[in-house]
Design a protein around this ligand. Structure first.
Ligand SMILES: Cc1cc2nc3c(=O)[nH]c(=O)nc-3n(C[C@H](O)[C@H](O)[C@H](O)COP(=O)(O)OP(=O)(O)OC[C@H]3O[C@@H](n4cnc5c(N)ncnc54)[C@H](O)[C@@H]3O)c2cc1C
Length: 403
């Protein structure tokens, strides 16, 4: 199939309207793109990726644009968006005499909306993603940074990921054991470097473009064990206990709503709600050696660091705790370094400010540029470094700009 058969638009073609990245990202900043392609089939997706790579053109495979901060200059290359939605489910709900039970084996195209899938999973009693409710974006991007929230990560349910390997020009399937999942990272994300490690630049999209994600989920109406204190308290259970998945989804959506951590327009919020014009958490929570965490003030939050996959494959369980590491809270560090909710470099009328509901979200108040957001991010990062000696790492993928 040639590129000409796809839904494409090009900045060079006066008749077509190529969207700017400000229209494709949740931060709503970012300049024009040279070419834009929407792929409706896997063949179209591969075709568009291969055509860009063969022509040595910069490539950005985009999902919901909810983890991207793109420069005002835009992207001088090809932006490809997989618009496929859907789900194939293979259910096996019988339990053998040995106590081993079946589950749901699911196959989803990369373009599938993540939260629509979570809603479907909770409704169908497929267990393991309920605490990941309300995260914007696509199924394909989920394993790239191993999305996580409220004590759950997608790595807990991934069975395998089918990719297009841009280096060899062929499909490659990674089983769970080959995906190298960690806190907000994976093997896929680690190939997304300016020098991809094999002499080729794979940035801002990984060497491996996700085509399809296969999930293996337990069946039942009780959630996976709750792994986060705030959520456990809201549900009236202890960490490690389970609760009805529907209640977990509801509680997570409420907690997220209170922090402005939902997409604008979701959950009945008034639109526009500028606290929601963000990329979610702008910095990851620092993971420190246990001795370094001892140096933090007594009231600094300290969370256990658990393995990305559950401890047991035969019963519901949390990940294994690594006693040598401690995760602290980037939001707490930011606040203690003097950047309170709503902070802006030029005061309350700044176009880019911290969310008024969560210090970890950098937000566009309506007229911000990418440069405004980068300036704010630098100030916050430098302030935390000066106060605590800790370097905050940005979570979104920065395109055409850097901190
Ligand atoms: C309000 C809000 C709340 C958020 N809360 C959370 C949270 O709780 N936890 C969390 O982990 N994240 C959170 N995020 C961040 C974001 O939603 C996730 O990282 C999400 O998985 C990004 O998906 P996307 O489709 O929007 O990816 P995009 O932003 O479009 O892309 C991000 C990166 O993934 C790459 N990518 C996209 N699709 C593919 C593909 N098919 N193959 C290979 N690479 C691909 C892109 O090239 C890019 O490098 C939040 C964001 C917002 C705006």
């Amino acid at each position: 199939m040639s590129l000409s058969t796809l839904r494409t638009s090009s900045a060079d073609d006066p008749g077509s309207s190529t969207p700017a990245l400000s229209e494709l990202t949740t931060l709503r900043v970012g300049g024009p793109v040279d070419d834009y392609v929407e792929a409706e089939t896997e063949a179209e997706l591969i075709d568009a990726v291969r055509a860009a790579d063969d022509a040595d053109r910069p490539l950005l495979v985009i999902g919901g644009g909810s983890n991207l901060l793109v420069a005002d200059e835009g992207f001088a290359g090809v932006v490809v968006r997989d618009v496929r939605q859907g789900l194939d489910a293979d259910l096996e709900d019988s339990c053998g005499t040995d106590g081993a039970c079946g589950g749901a084996s699911l196959r989803l195209p990369a373009g599938q909306d993540w939260d629509a899938f979570v809603a479907e999973a909770v409704a169908n009693e497929w267990v393991g993603v309920e605490a990941l409710s309300g995260i914007p974006g696509t199924v394909g991007a989920a394993p790239v940074q191993n999305i996580g929230a409220y004590g759950q990560e997608v790595s807990g349910v991934v069975a395998s990921v089918v990719t297009w390997d841009r280096a060899t020009g062929s499909r490659r399937t990674f089983p769970l054991s080959g995906l190298g999942f960690g806190y907000r990272t994976s093997l896929l994300k680690r190939t997304m470097r300016v020098d991809g490690g094999d002499g080729a630049p794979w940035y801002p999209t990984p060497r491996y473009v996700v085509l399809e994600v296969n999930l293996q989920m337990r069946l039942g109406n009780l959630s996976a064990p709750i792994g986060y204190g705030e959520l456990a308290r809201r549900l009236g259970v202890e960490v490690g206990e389970r609760a009805p998945s529907a209640a977990v989804r509801e509680a997570v959506l409420e907690l997220r709503g209170g922090k402005g951590m939902l997409l604008d327009g979701v959950g009945g919020a008034a639109t526009p709600d500028h606290d929601r014009w963000s990329a979610g958490s702008f910095f990851t929570n620092p993971v420190l050696p246990a001795e370094a965490a001892d140096e933090l003030p007594d009231d600094a939050p300290r969370f256990p660091v658990r393995s990305a996959t559950p401890e047991s494959t035969v019963r519901p369980s949390l990940g294994v705790v690594d006693p040598t590491l401690v995760k602290t809270s980037a939001a707490w560090l930011i606040e203690r370094a003097g950047f309170t909710k709503g902070f802006g470099l030029a005061g309350e009328h700044s176009p880019a400010r911290l969310s008024t509901r969560h210090t970890l979200a950098l937000t566009n108040r309506g007229g911000a540029t990418a440069a405004d957001l980068v300036a704010l991010a630098r100030a916050v990062r430098d302030g935390v470094r000066d106060t605590f000696g800790i370097d905050l790492e940005p979570e979104p993928v920065l395109v055409g700009t850097a901190l």
